[in-house]
Ligand binder design. Sequence first.
Ligand code: FAD
Ligand code: MLT
Ligand code: ZN
Length: 460
Amino acid sequence: MRDTVGGVDSVVLRELVDVVGPAHVLTDRDVVASHEVDWTGRFRGSTSAVVRPADTAEVAGVLDVCRRHGLPVVPQGGNTGMVGGGVPLAGELVLDLRRLDHVGEVDVAAKQITVGAGATVEAVQRAAAAAGLRYAVDFGARGTATIGGSIATNAGGINVLRYGGTREQLLGVEAVLGTGEVISRLSGLVKDNTGYHLAGLLCGSEGTLGVVTAARLRLVPSHRHTVTALVAFESVATAIEAVSGWRSSLDVLDAAEIVLHDGVALVASAFGYSLPFEQPCAAHVLVEVSAHSDPTDLLAQAVADATGVVDVAVAHDAARRAVLWRYREEHTAAINTVGVPHKFDVTVPIAGLAEFMATVPQVVRSVEPDAVTWQFGHVGDGNIHVNVTGAAPDAEALDEQVYRYVVACGGSISAEHGIGTAKAKWLPMNRSAGELATMRAIKRALDPVGIMNPGVLLAR
Ligand code: FAD
Ligand code: MLT
Ligand code: ZN
């Protein structure tokens, strides 16, 4: 009989140590603890080991050990994911990819950069800015979320309406597939019609097909002027209508984010800020524009043309813009101070968005009468974050009712966070039997032994 350490065979552990070295196979309970629970605290599991490879060859070596021993593995980047896809809920090995944090030189002529999967989104943004360019994907977890995690989840964020999400920035990837195959396409050719777009397939695959180890990313121009305004509206409906108009009239529009009165008040009380305006108002839109020539007048005209505006605060310099952004970006942390949330990251057609936002709290109350509903998010692209506190983490009836309502509105149960384990059961609401069978066939082909993030995306 062979020894086990926390469930993993000591022979397997020795093989893992042979690949990455003893300092990078972590088994100490206190050390692995932070890898076992997600950012929200809703998803908690356990692992016998966290393995920290340094490069693509070591990732391939670790997956080889896992494949030979039939050991399931959860790839993990910054562990900021919101759908329970990056934590070991069924005792899997954790593959921590943060040591692959190489940030290459910016190719200014091509407006591209090659980076390791473990580099943070912020590190890439900084490198781009230092070269006078910009990485277009941006969201509140930028300082912790990794490029690998953002590719695996096809992360969206605040600039999708102008530049698209992560998939639109992705020119190629290097990855180790579940088969053991290492694929690498980092040349950055913009036009390259030579068969299946494997980077696009891996983007959004949530670690179920393989491990992304590096990526070639598109960069965009960094504009000379950026202006941010927090616009207060008398109602959610007028706020949504205004944003819809701005999307046509303002071609300098980078972001349009909605926050409601109760969420702004929560952020203010949780972090000791004053409220942005003297009069409370139903909805606020955080709008940001950028261009080489000053877009202030364009923004002012757009706000003046909107109906239902009751107040506005404008900021030009980075420090004042950050003060406005905190009312939006600190929603996630503020809601976590109230309780462990159910996070519904949904999108519905713009035409039905106002009615959806008015009705969804009633849908929540119909199954959880004492729960509180918070709504905020990327109104410019129809993506609203419906968060619910005061319900048990495993309150499945709540999830089912909200998702049924989203689908009845013609929406998607995941706009940008992915499916993870949290929504795997509900995926058939949005995907046909044919689509699910195709996804399962791809999964079998690229991960024949089934070691890559089992239980994520496609329910067991
Ligand atoms: P992790 O949480 O570690 O993993 C996420 C998934 O990717 C898991 O399934 C994991 O197995 C897989 N994975 C990780 N690395 C790899 C890899 N190298 N290869 C293969 N699979 C891998 N998301 C948005 O889309 N838009 C937002 O606006 C947004 N805002 C956020 C704000 C806050 C405050 C927080 C906490 C989160 C936010 N998120 C947002 C969610 C989260 O940050 C993103 O999903 C992010 O892309 C996750 O990156 P990560 O490195 O933390 O991945
Ligand atoms: C956001 O837009 O702030 C995020 O996606 C995180 C969240 O949903 O809390
Ligand atoms: Zn979001």
